[in-house]
Design a protein around this ligand. Structure first.
Ligand code: PEP
Ligand code: MN
Length: 363
């Protein structure tokens, strides 16, 4: 749960430090109406003026939705409303673009920054056409990671914007779509953004805690982890009335909740480069262990299927020649080292015994 019991004094002190050191991008998932965007901007402005500065006010006007019947965004009409927000509250504005046409419109309306969504970063043709549209402009580009956990696709998209002369580029980590992810809306796979930071150490990186967490309660720990890994700031979805939002209702914070979340963060990262390098490798191992554990459980379920086929057709449960074939596979790939081979042999004995037990075989 969000920590909301804090002293006002601590809130101010902490946010002051945050202001000096971290980039904050906040605003609703989408512009929904003129009234909604003004009310949200006003609510954010009330909080932000007192506590910390906002680098960009974010708001989507073209929404890449899975279902064509869902709210698709207001479109070009909302650009004029965002111009008003800029004038009234002094916010720099950041909008998602997914085509060259969107990019041209943002330049025409004096939008300060654009973000490239995860569904766009996956497509080099689209990224290139947006980069060409923004050629040599002074606009800031925030490049979200692609949906799939592919660091090269992310780096490639960033390069396309660098190649057309853009100087203000920021990476945004919004999590990845991976199989068997039950906790987060989009799996953080922290080793990928941490590696990106190491490879592109002149590009600031933000963490989009809203799209990683997908709900309010997970956002604080995600933000703290990002700070610990040396991230330069956060992107957060904020709505004046999240329960009425037309998209991403569960993950949008009230402006006051954002202020409390920021206050709860410990801002100094204690991680060294060695910690981060170790972290990447440990995460790779962790992912392998998760796969091994899932694969073993799938293997055992198949073994039970095999037992029922054997029973149905009156075949012997124990078929030594079949087991020989299984062991060959493992021996082929085994590292040629005595200790490792002993490990594989011991593992195979256990695997075989367990498979036979599953099939109801006892000697
Ligand atoms: C968004 O920020 O509202 C959005 C759609 O993001 P993503 O591309 O990360 O899904
Ligand atoms: Mn959203």
């Amino acid at each position: 749960m969000l920590k909301i019991i804090i002293t006002k004094k601590r809130l101010k002190q902490n946010l002051k430090t945050l202001n000096a050191s971290k980039i904050i991008v906040a605003g609703p998932c989408a512009v929904e109406s003129r009234e909604q965007i003004v009310t949200t901007a006003q609510a954010i402005s009330d909080i932000y003026k007192a506590n910390f500065e906002l680098k960009f006010f974010r708001a989507g006007i073209w929404k890449a939705r899975t279902n064509p019947d869902d709210f698709q965004g207001i479109g070009v009409e909302a650009l004029a409303w965002l111009q008003e927000i800029k004038k009234q509250f002094g916010f720099s504005i950041c909008v998602e673009v997914a085509s060259a046409a969107h990019a041209h419109l943002c330049l025409e309306y004096g939008i300060d920054a654009v973000w490239i969504g995860a569904r766009t970063t996956v497509n080099p043709f689209l990224v290139q056409s947006i980069a060409d549209a923004l050629y040599n402009s002074s606009i800031t580009v925030l490049v979200k990671n692609p949906i799939n956990p592919d660091i090269n696709l992310w780096i490639g998209a960033i390069k396309r914007f660098q190649n057309v002369g853009l100087k203000n580029i920021i990476a945004v980590h919004r999590g990845f779509s991976v199989e068997n992810e039950y906790v987060y809306r989009n799996a953080p796979c922290w080793e990928i953004p941490v590696e990106l930071q190491m490879k592109l150490n002149n590009i600031p990186i933000l963490c989009d805690i809203s799209h990683i967490a997908g709900n309010i309660s997970l956002q604080q720990p995600v933000a703290q982890t990002a700070i610990n890994y040396g991230f330069d700031g956060l992107m957060v979805e904020v709505h004046h009335a999240p329960e009425q939002a037309l998209s991403d209702r569960k993950q949008q914070l009230l402006p006051s909740q954002l202020a409390h979340l920021l206050d709860s963060l410990i801002l100094t990262s204690t991680n060294t480069l060695a910690d981060n390098a170790l972290f990447i490798q440990r995460n790779l191992i962790r992912n392998l262990d998760i796969q091994i554990s899932k694969l073993l459980s799938r293997r055992m379920k198949i073994v039970e299927e095999i037992a029922s086929i054997k029973r149905k057709h009156g075949l012997p449960l124990l078929q030594p020649e079949q087991w020989e074939k299984v062991t060959e596979i493992y021996k082929e790939d085994a590292i040629k080292d005595d200790n490792y081979q002993q490990f594989v042999e011991a593992f195979l004995v256990l695997l075989h015994r367990s498979s036979l037990e599953r099939q109801g075989f006892s000697d």
